[in-house]
Design a protein around this ligand. Structure first.
Ligand SMILES: Nc1ncnc2c1ncn2[C@@H]1O[C@H](COP(=O)(O)OP(=O)(O)OP(=O)(O)O)[C@@H](O)[C@H]1O
Ligand SMILES: [Mg+2]
Length: 511
């Protein structure tokens, strides 16, 4: 069917937004090519496609952030023209972008009303009303956050929930969510999904971008598949099997993901990394574990259980942390970030934008900057070596970019994430701490990352793998520990690393 028809399987209200013949070109990339798209009131439509397929570009055109090279966007019967974000907002579009856009120095309430602060006469901003309405919408979405808290002090997941609350607060008729759950664990994801369903049931049209098919099935009536800038098809989620949807997305039939080879890890040797008594109040109250060469250790835990803080503390980024760290059996006297790096530790942070990338530098530079030694000759950087290393990484990770020198900020979200991973591949770290390494990457790229992680471990590296998507852990880990109340609570080794076991342990249910 064509996407101009009502979504299958859903009662069609009137069309809320229509795009016809949309084209958008960036230097070296045709991001959108003659796209037709219609969404009706009360409908939740998933947008699915590989990294770089054009999903976020379509969203930016519907939201007025960018104007198409050709084609037209009509919202509620009115052409958007080149009216920009302001006009789109007037017409009832509210968008949660893939990259967070909150102001860390402001409170939650101020962020929810950014630039639209309720006024009270000449006296200025009506703070009581702002706080009241903020509390209301936060309550509606079941976000347990104080409206007076500074956004910068909140964990990433809560920030993501606040982004969503900000869009919902405007009572839009078209709500667009670009990967709204990528920083959330299962429980919060569930909250977001039910909120989205409720919002749609009240007549709002919702566009929902996600790489997680299970989520799409729970929340959306239909899914529009985008590939290489074109809309390939729109199908009812109940009629299409997952392999069918994935095949539409990739343009080829896919093989079942090969089960990963079980490996034996020698845990009788001296651990590569030992952590003892790691304390970082109020989250961590004494974490102990050993990590062996050749091992992938998963860490499970609920949102806020301190997984990211744990990695940051080991890597030397939490000066307040108390801990004893040994590398190769030798105590590290002062485990600062510089000292840990020198000992061969690499880390990818969960917040790509805040800590991972240098936005205006090229993709290649962003990757090789982790180890200039690897691309230097006689003490200075060799452009030829840097180029070769960059090309190799782009190929191994299938990073979609026109050139190595393209500023990384111009890549799609998932391709930025792959480049961040390229960085630690380049650094050849012996100890790798990966915080949500597959966030925002498509299903195929996920498999690629699992294979790379296993390969690195196979070559003697020790890896810590943190993921809120608990179903990833059995696929990639040799051992999984779960955090609870600031301590390690349970430990599973293959074959007991099952989703059921990990879920039960993180939810504090005894199994
Ligand atoms: N500002 C920009 N400048 C140059 N190229 C861009 C820009 N924005 C997007 N692109 C390119 O357009 C293409 C489509 O990108 P888009 O962000 O729409 O992908 P996406 O489907 O959202 O992918 P992802 O799942 O990784 O988020 C990509 O090749 C991307 O590199
Ligand atoms: Mg995107």
């Amino acid at each position: 069917m064509t996407s101009a028809e009502p979504a299958p399987g859903r009662p069609a209200g009137p069309p809320v937004a229509t795009a016809t013949g949309l084209c958008k070109q960036y230097p070296g990339v045709r991001a959108l090519d003659s796209v037709e798209f219609t969404i009706h009131s009360g409908e939740v439509r998933a947008l699915l496609g590989r990294n770089g397929a054009g999903k976020s570009t379509l969203i930016r055109l519907l939201s007025g952030v960018e104007t198409p090279d050709a084609g037209e966007v009509v919202i509620g019967g009115e052409p958007l023209g080149d009216g920009g974000v302001r006009r789109a907002a007037e017409l009832g579009v509210a968008t949660v972008y893939q990259e967070l856009s909150l102001v860390p120095e402001m409170t939650v309430a101020e962020n929810l009303f950014l630039n639209e602060w309720p006024r009270r006469g000449a006296a200025g901003i009506d703070y009581p009303r702002m706080r009241r309405e903020a509390a209301e919408v936060l309550g509606e979405l079941e976000v347990p956050v104080d409206p007076g808290a500074l956004v910068g002090t909140l964990p990433l997941a809560e920030q993501q929930l606040i982004e969503i609350a900000r869009a919902v607060r405007r009572r839009p008729r078209l709500l667009i969510l670009d990967e709204p759950t990528s920083a959330l664990a299962a429980e919060e994801t569930h909250t977001v999904l039910s909120a989205v369903r409720r919002i749609a049931d009240s007549g709002v049209a919702v566009i929902y971008v996600s790489h997680r098919l299970d989520e799409i099935r729970q929340v959306a009536g239909s899914v529009t598949v985008v590939r290489d800038g074109q809309v390939i098809d729109t199908v009812d989620v109940r009629d299409a099997t997952t392999p069918q949807i994935v095949a539409l997305m990739l343009g080829t039939t896919v093989q079942e993901a090969a089960a990963l080879e079980p490996r034996t890890v020698d845990r009788t040797r001296t651990p590569l990394l030992s952590v003892r008594g790691l304390k970082l109040p109020p989250k961590l109250h004494g974490v102990d574990f050993d990590l062996y060469a050749g091992e992938v250790l998963g860490i499970g835990g609920l949102l806020g259980s301190g997984r990211s803080e744990l990695l940051r503390a080991i890597a030397g980024f939490e000066p307040r942390a108390e801990r004893v760290i040994e590398v190769d059996g030798a105590r590290v006297a002062r485990p600062t970030a510089a000292a840990m790096k020198k000992l061969g530790l690499g880390m990818t942070p969960e917040d790509r934008k805040g800590a991972g990338i240098v936005p205006m530098l090229g993709v290649g530079e962003n990757m090789v900057m982790s180890w200039f030694g690897g691309v230097s000759r006689r003490g200075s950087i060799s452009p030829a070596l840097a180029e070769r290393a960059g090309r190799d990484l782009v190929e191994r990770l299938s990073v979609k970019t026109p050139r190595l020198s393209t500023p990384i900020v111009n890549l799609s979200g998932g391709n930025q994430q792959k480049a961040v991973i390229g960085r630690w591949l380049h650094a050849r770290s012996r100890i790798l701490l990966l915080d949500e390494p597959t966030r925002g990457v498509d299903v195929e790229a996920k498999q690629q990352i699992y294979r790379l992680v296993r390969e690195l471990a196979g070559n003697g590296a020790a890896v810590v793998f943190v993921s809120g998507e608990l179903e990833e852990l059995p696929l990639v880990c040799d051992r999984v520990v779960t955090l609870q109340q600031g301590r390690i609570h349970r430990e599973f080794t293959a074959p007991d690393i099952t989703l059921d076991n990990i879920m039960a342990a993180t939810m504090a249910v005894e199994v």
